[in-house]
Write a protein that binds this ligand. Sequence first.
Ligand code: HEM
Length: 143
Amino acid sequence: MATSGKTPYQILGEEGIRRLVDAFYDLMDTLPEARDIRRMHAEDLGPMRQKLTEYLIGWMGGPPVYWQKYGTVCLTEPHAPFAIGPEERDQWLLCMHRALEQIGASEELVEMLREPLFRIADAVRNRECSSRFKGDPNVIASG
Ligand code: HEM
């Protein structure tokens, strides 16, 4: 499908965005690389599937359904309780890029979204470092 001049919403449609979000949360639910961010979410991902779909419809150039429902599109507050550093951001982006692949998004669409997706995911990041503990509990300094 020709994509030039179209918004991502016009390319994917509401149904495509819904499929993208479903693939995204299915991946978050199963990819070992996304374990940290999966743990932050409620066990039932159903409500998030609905919310992210509504959010992305507006963000991708469609009707502002999330804004109409919740009165804001600010992502700072809902993410404030979670420690989101570069690793968590990258886990989110990994799921999103794999999801785009799974729904068969064109290379052109992937390229169109690459930079804006990075920017919005990086804007959600609320710390410089990831808080996940990775080291040996007995080692307090290394290097
Ligand atoms: C950067 C990494 C991100 C992480 C780790 C993350 C994590 C989370 C978590 C844990 C929640 C709460 C889920 C729950 O209640 O079960 C949430 C909510 C939400 N996230 Fe993210 N998120 C990230 C990025 C994004 C981005 C880039 C977007 C939009 C493009 C987004 C959109 C939302 C929305 C719309 C909600 C629901 C807010 C509400 O309660 O209305 N998130 N996110």
